[in-house]
Design a binder for this molecule. Structure first.
Ligand SMILES: *[C@@H]1O[C@H](CO)[C@@H](O)[C@H](O)[C@H]1NC(C)=O
Ligand SMILES: CC(=O)N[C@H]1CO[C@H](CO)[C@@H](O)[C@@H]1O
Length: 485
C-alpha cells in the first residue's frame, strides 16, 4: 500500500518538481549567466584590441631577489621586447614602492625594464600562503590558501593572459574558468612529487615526515592517503594550464608523472650568468700544481667525503709515480652557514688526515668572489660529487670558467649538463671513488689539443643556460598564450 502510494503520488511529484526547477530556475539562470559572460568576454576583447594585452604574472614575493625572481624579471623583459604594446601586471604581496622593486631587479639581475609598462597589483591576503599559518596539513592548506589569494587577484584584475612563476598551481582553475584566459606557468619545483609519496609508503623517516608517523602503520596509511589525494588534486589543477614550462629535466619528469600533459610541457632552463666566467683565461703554468677544484657549500648532500675517497684511490693508482701524485692538489672551496657546517669541515679535515691526504687537500672556507675567480683561473679540473642534484649550477659555472669537469653520474649533470660522447665530450661523469680517480688520470693524460677541444665544447655548451637562450625558449613556449585566436 505504502509502496503504491510512493510510486503513484510521491515519485511523479518529485519528477514534476524537478522539471519546474529546471525550466524556471536552472535554464534562466544559465541563460543570464551565459549572456553576462559573453558581455564580459566581449568587453575584454574590445579593451585588449584598444589598449594591448594585459599580461599578469602571479609572483607574490617579487622582491625577494632569488633565482625565481631572476626568471620573473627576465621573462617580463622578454615579453615587453617581443610584444611592446602589452601591459604587464604583477600580482604581489610586497609592500615596497614600485621604484624600489624595479631598481632592485636592475641592480641584482642587471635587468632593466620600462617602469611605465609595469603595474603592481597589491594583494592583502599574504597570510593565506605563508607556511607558518598552517602547522598541520601544510601542503594542502597552503595550496587552498593560494586559491584565496588567486581569487583576490582575479577580483582586482581580470587579465588577458595569466602566467604563474612561483608554482601556485591551485590558482590555475580560477584563471582558466572564471577569468577565461589562457594560463601559463613556470615551475621550479613541483609542490609534491611521486618520490615524496613513495617515501611515505616505505616509511622512511626523512626531512618531511616525522618518526611517529613512520613507526605507526595507521598513521603511515593516513599520510599516504593524504599525499595521494593531494597528488591527485595537484594533477587536476595542473592540467588547467595551457602551457607548462619546467626549469630542467628533473622538474619536467616529475610534472609529466603528475600532470600527464607532456605535449604542452616545455623545458626552459633558467637564465644563468655565465658570460663573465666565459671570459676568464687560465693562468696555469706547466710547473704549477695540478689543482682539482670543488665549489660546493659544506653541506652533507654535497658529499665531500667521496672526493677524499677519490683522492685516496688516485694515490693507489699512482704508487709508481710519486712525482705526479705530489703535484695533484684537491681544493675544496665552499661556504659555511653555521656551526654545524664548521664542524663538518673539521670532520673532513680529520678524514683527510686519516687517509693521510693532508698534504694534498686544501680547504678554502667562505672565500670572497674575487678569490673564487682566482681559484678558477689557477685550477685545471673541477670535481662535483653530489648524488642526484636537481641541476648543478656549480658544474655549469666550472665549465664556463674553462675547467674540465668530472661530475656525479646522476641528476642534472647526467641529464642536462655533461655530454660524454667521445666526439662531443664536454666533461666526465663518475659515481664510485675509483671511477673518479681514473677519470682524473684520464684528464691529466689528455694532450693539450684534446684538452682545448673539451674546454671549448664545454664553454660553448653552457650557452644553453644563458639569458639569451632563456628569453628565446620562454617566448617560443609562451607564444600560444599571447596569440589572439
Ligand atoms: C629548478 O629549481 C629548483 C628549485 O629552486 C632547483 O633546485 C633546480 O636546480 C632548478 N633547476 C635548474 C635546471 O636550474
Ligand atoms: C611534515 C612533518 O611531519 N615534518 C616533520 C618531519 O620530521 C622532523 C624531525 O623529526 C620534524 O621536525 C618535522 O616537523
Amino acid at each position: 500500500m505504502l509502496l503504491l502510494f510512493i510510486s503513484l503520488i510521491v515519485l511523479p511529484l518529485i519528477f514534476i518538481g524537478f522539471l519546474i526547477f529546471i525550466t524556471f530556475v536552472l535554464v534562466p539562470f544559465a541563460f543570464i549567466f551565459a549572456s553576462w559572460y559573453m558581455r564580459i568576454k566581449e568587453r575584454k576583447l574590445t579593451r585588449r584590441k584598444r589598449d594591448g594585452a594585459n599580461v599578469a604574472f602571479f609572483h607574490p614575493y617579487c622582491n625577494a631577489g632569488g633565482g625565481g625572481e631572476r626568471v620573473l624579471w627576465v621573462a617580463i623583459k622578454a615579453v615587453l621586447a617581443r610584444y611592446p604594446d602589452s601591459n604587464i601586471h604583477i600580482y604581489t604581496v610586497e609592500t615596497a614602492e614600485p621604484q624600489t622593486i624595479i631598481d632592485r631587479a636592475q641592480n641584482q639581475f642587471n635587468v632593466k625594464v620600462d617602469k611605465t609598462k609595469i603595474n603592481f597589483i597589491r594583494l592583502s591576503m599574504r597570510r593565506a600562503i605563508e607556511a607558518k599559518t598552517y602547522p598541520y596539513f601544510t601542503l594542502l592548506l597552503q595550496s587552498l590558501g593560494s586559491m584565496i589569494l588567486g581569487l583576490e587577484a582575479f577580483m582586482k584584475l581580470n587579465p588577458d593572459i595569466y602566467i604563474d612563476t612561483t608554482g601556485f598551481a591551485f590558482t590555475f582553475p580560477i584563471f582558466r574558468y572564471l577569468a577565461q584566459c589562457p594560463v601559463g606557468c613556470y615551475v621550479h619545483y613541483p609542490t609534491i612529487t611521486g618520490a615524496m609519496m613513495r617515501r611515505v609508503k616505505h616509511r622512511i623517516v626523512s626531512y618531511n615526515n616525522n618518526s611517529l608517523i613512520a613507526r605507526n602503520p595507521l598513521f603511515t596509511w593516513m599520510k599516504l592517503l593524504y599525499y595521494k589525494i593531494f597528488g591527485w588534486l595537484y594533477g587536476v589543477v595542473g592540467r588547467c594550464a595551457d602551457v607548462v614550462m619546467a626549469n630542467g629535466t628533473w622538474t619536467e619528469d616529475h610534472l609529466n608523472e603528475l600532470w600527464c600533459c607532456p605535449l604542452n610541457t616545455f623545458r626552459v632552463y633558467p637564465p644563468c650568468e655565465v658570460s663573465e666566467l666565459k671570459q676568464l683565461r687560465s693562468l696555469v703554468k706547466e710547473s704549477d700544481p695540478i689543482r682539482i677544484l670543488s665549489v660546493a657549500q659544506f653541506r652533507p648532500e654535497k658529499d665531500h667525503p667521496l672526493m677524499l675517497q677519490a683522492m685516496y684511490e688516485l694515490r693507489n693508482l699512482l704508487v709508481k709515480n710519486e712525482m705526479l701524485w705530489n703535484k695533484i692538489k684537491l681544493v675544496l672551496v665552499g661556504s659555511c652557514r653555521n656551526a654545524e657546517d664548521e664542524e663538518r669541515v673539521q670532520n673532513l679535515k680529520d678524514l683527510a688526515k686519516h687517509l693521510s691526504l693532508e698534504a694534498s687537500v686544501e680547504f678554502v672556507v667562505n672565500a670572497p668572489y674575487a678569490r673564487l675567480l682566482q681559484m678558477y683561473q689557477t685550477s685545471s679540473l673541477a670535481i662535483h660529487a653530489m648524488w642526484n642534484e636537481h641541476f648543478g649550477i656549480s658544474v655549469v659555472e666550472c665549465m664556463a670558467a674553462g675547467l674540465i669537469t668530472i661530475a656525479h653520474r646522476s641528476g642534472g649533470p647526467l641529464c642536462d649538463i655533461v655530454e660524454t660522447a667521445q666526439a662531443s665530450r664536454t666533461g666526465f661523469l663518475a659515481a664510485e671513488p675509483d671511477e673518479y680517480a681514473r677519470a682524473i688520470l684520464e684528464v691529466i693524460a689528455l694532450s693539450s689539443d684534446e684538452r682545448k677541444r673539451i674546454v671549448e665544447a664545454a664553454r660553448a655548451s653552457v650557452d644553453r643556460f644563458s639569458t639569451m637562450e632563456f628569453e628565446k625558449s620562454f617566448l617560443r613556449a609562451a607564444e600560444p598564450l599571447m596569440n589572439l585566436e
